[in-house]
Design a protein around this ligand. Sequence first.
Ligand SMILES: CC(C)(COP(=O)(O)OP(=O)(O)OC[C@H]1O[C@@H](n2cnc3c(N)ncnc32)[C@H](O)[C@@H]1OP(=O)(O)O)[C@@H](O)C(=O)NCCC(=O)NCCS
Length: 181
Amino acid sequence: MIETERLLLRPPEPTDLDPVYRLVSDPNVMCWLSRSGSPETREDAAARIERWTRAWEIDGFGHFIVVRRDPAAVIGRVGFLVWADDPWSHGLRAEIGDRAEIELGWSLESAAWGRGYATEAARAARDWGLEHVEMRRLISLIDHENVRSQRVAEKIGERYRHDIVLAAGGTLGLWQLASPR
Ligand SMILES: CC(C)(COP(=O)(O)OP(=O)(O)OC[C@H]1O[C@@H](n2cnc3c(N)ncnc32)[C@H](O)[C@@H]1OP(=O)(O)O)[C@@H](O)C(=O)NCCC(=O)NCCS
């Protein structure tokens, strides 16, 4: 559990199904998160929670659920994804090993955007990751048109380096944490 001024970050639980479904069924969110950009179903949301929980169990890190404290509500997720590069595809640290790339990602339901919550959550998760996750570097993979997300990356100290090509198809910008803080 991580506490910030306005938020709590904690690992996912099965009872997060309703808010996670709200997040992944939001077209304004999903258009940035997958190649298809399609809103997901309740079953997809449950499968995501299972995958996120499995990552915590096996790798010891993963996505945090972002809880706004006042008024109390789950508003999104922030946390760590593991990638194998060339070609870039998701996996578990336990399977990929030393060449794993560690990404810090963030998504909030659109009703909570524009209040600095993503930056506050991402900063806290970044600091937690630097302390608890073994990594060569911390990156974020961001669409060139996703200006809001690029601003979050800049504000937590990441800088654009180069593009990468996803195994699933498509190109994303690789942003890298320039300095530890
Ligand atoms: C990316 C995301 C998490 C940002 O959430 P947020 O709570 O709005 O973020 P913040 O308020 O902390 O910061 C957003 C920044 O973008 C700026 N911004 C807001 N609207 C903008 C716009 N239309 N164009 C450019 N910048 C914009 C804000 O001003 C703020 O920067 P500032 O503090 O320098 O003013 C949220 O938009 C989201 O969930 N998007 C969909 C999922 C997604 O894209 N995830 C990331 C995938 S890489």
